[in-house]
Design a protein around this ligand. Structure first.
Ligand code: XMP
Length: 322
């Protein structure tokens, strides 16, 4: 729209002013809409003086890494460094089942990988600016301060090391989520990114109850992709806040498929409606949609022989299982 166009243009101009004619900036991309829109705005303002870093921790859903590496880059022309750190994260998570322990490990590894990248980028010349996708509600929540980094660590993977002093560039500081999405459309970002539902920084690792293994990730990724596809096809994307699919990798149940007995794992569908994730209700997804998801997952995903539905509101249940 006309106003959104102005908002984007103003944001681009403000970044140009802040960073100046020589300044360089870096930006971490997560696959989410906020960092993507922030990066796209800064790219418009300063072009190749922005370097984006995408740490692929191997815990994203099907197609999401490609969305960043291929579609987002094609749409924006952003200069991107991709770090394939999947093996490193898996190794660090080896043998770990405790949810908070998983989060801690992922946060720690993320910082280490990001720091290595920063060093490599800094070797090519000084960088004074760090781009963050901070939204207006985050600004209000944290008391409205500006300036150097005081980054919330609880919500994004990682947070950033304290010893690196950057000035923050926060082009989304005055925007609400829906405005960020419209800005993303205005900037021509891939629709799947712009309309992506909330997804936790630690990714699929906290949707596998039990240890995280490559094999379990593969299974969960397939089941999740089917659920997302069918919910989208049914036109429910805007109604449903998010729908975690959770793999109960340490539970087995007997099933029968074709002419054989199976002894596989259940997945849990956790579709919720919500305004802000603080409270949530389980979504009344139509039975025929649930039926299609169930049939497809049990037919198409090996090792899964049961699909269950979580009908707990928040509170008492959280949205995620871990
Ligand atoms: P819960 O499970 O606490 O989740 O009801 C509320 C919202 O936060 C997301 N979530 C996270 N996001 N890092 C994140 O970036 C995390 O560790 C994390 N844990 C939960 C969750 O997907 C939901 O939208």
């Amino acid at each position: 729209t006309w106003t959104m166009l102005n908002i984007v243009e103003d944001a681009v101009e403000a970044v140009r002013q802040q960073v100046g004619p020589e300044g360089r900036a870096i930006c971490g991309l997560s696959g989410g809409v906020d960092s993507a829109v922030a990066a796209a705005i800064v790219q418009r303002a300063i072009g190749d003086r922005l370097t984006c870093v995408f740490v692929d921790h191997g815990l994203l859903r099907k197609g999401e890494a490609e969305q960043v590496e291929r579609d987002f880059v094609a749409a924006t022309g952003v200069k991107l460094r991709v770090v394939d750190a999947a093996e490193r994260f898996l190794k660090a998570l080896n043998g770990v089942s405790d949810p908070e322990e998983k989060r801690k490990i992922i946060g720690r590894e993320f910082i280490r990988v990001f720091e290595d990248e920063q060093r490599a980028i800094l070797a090519a010349g000084p960088v004074d600016f760090l781009v963050q996708g901070t939204l207006y509600p985050d600004v209000v929540e944290s008391g409205g301060g500006t300036g150097t980094a005081n980054i919330k660590s609880h919500h994004n993977v990682g947070g950033l090391p304290d010893d690196l002093k950057f000035s923050l560039v926060e082009p989304l500081r005055t925007l609400f989520k829906d405005e960020v999405r419209r800005a993303g459309e205005e900037l021509g970002l891939p629709a799947a990114m712009v309309w992506r539902q909330p997804f936790p920084g630690p990714g699929l690792a906290i949707r596998i109850v039990g240890e995280v293994t490559q094999d379990r990730l593969t299974v969960l990724r397939e089941a999740d992709a089917i659920a997302r596809e069918e919910l989208s096809r049914a036109g429910l994307d805007r109604e449903i806040w998010q729908c975690p699919v959770v793999l109960l990798s340490e539970v087995r149940s007997v099933g029968v498929q074709g002419d054989g007995r199976t002894y596989g794992h259940p997945v849990v569908l956790r579709p919720v409606t919500s305004e802000d994730a603080m409270t949530a209700d389980w979504a009344r997804v139509p039975y025929d949609v649930l039926a299609r998801i169930s049939t497809r997952i049990t037919n198409e995903v090996r090792d899964i022989n049961r699909v269950t539905l979580d009908i707990t509101s928040k509170p008492p249940g959280t949205i995620e299982w871990e």
